[in-house]
Design a protein around this ligand. Structure first.
Ligand SMILES: CC(C)(COP(=O)(O)OP(=O)(O)OC[C@H]1O[C@@H](n2cnc3c(N)ncnc32)[C@H](O)[C@@H]1OP(=O)(O)O)[C@@H](O)C(=O)NCCC(=O)NCCS
Length: 150
């Protein structure tokens, strides 16, 4: 399987929104992706393209010396094939090249698949936000990574 990881553009908008909507019970408002692409200088937005199709996306926020992983998802048809790992790795390495030294994120307590991926990168749990997710009052686990040599 041969895919490329590249910066997200406005041309990817519809496919990125579709991946977001199929992947999360609380998807972002579609306009948020437009904002990230056009109006947020802190945004670092990536996609994975396979045979002309966007199959995964990641939005990060570069804040001072940290990359906050705001969202990451692989289209369900393409999960479990190493794409999410490659995408996260790419975003972390790119942020390191820009001067980031740490990364952090929030993840649902029940999202064991994502947590397993993050732990395999070295992310550790270092806090929790109680009833953070509005659809089911689920807690968010806060995870951080204090080195970006991934
Ligand atoms: C989390 C997500 C992005 C992973 O994407 P992916 O392309 O399937 O990931 P990969 O195939 O690269 O797998 C990466 C790691 O995730 C974990 N993983 C993936 N599929 C898994 C499964 N079915 N069961 C348990 N762990 C799994 C493993 O740790 C895996 O690493 P390994 O293959 O070396 O064991 C994807 O499952 C997804 O889009 N989920 C819905 C959206 C989401 O929850 N995003 C995270 C929000 S915090």
């Amino acid at each position: 399987m041969s895919y490329v990881i590249r910066k997200m553009t406005l041309d990817d908008f519809d496919q990125v929104v579709a991946i977001d909507q199929i992947s999360f019970s609380l998807p972002w408002p579609a306009r948020s992706f437009r904002f990230e692409l056009t109006d947020n200088p802190a945004s670092r937005c990536w996609v994975v393209e396979l045979d002309g199709r966007v199959v995964a996306m990641l939005v990060g926020w570069f804040i001072v010396d940290e990359l906050h992983i705001a969202t990451i998802a692989t289209h369900p048809e393409f999960r479990g094939q190493g794409i999410g790992r490659d995408l996260l790795s790419h975003a972390l390495r790119s942020a390191r090249e820009e001067g980031a030294v740490k990364s952090f994120l929030e993840v649902r307590e029940s999202n064991e698949v994502a947590q397993k991926m993050y732990r395999s990168f070295g992310f550790v749990e270092d806090g929790r936000r109680s009833e953070y997710y509005k659809d089911n009052a689920e807690d968010a686990i806060l995870m951080s990574l204090d080195h970006l040599d991934v």
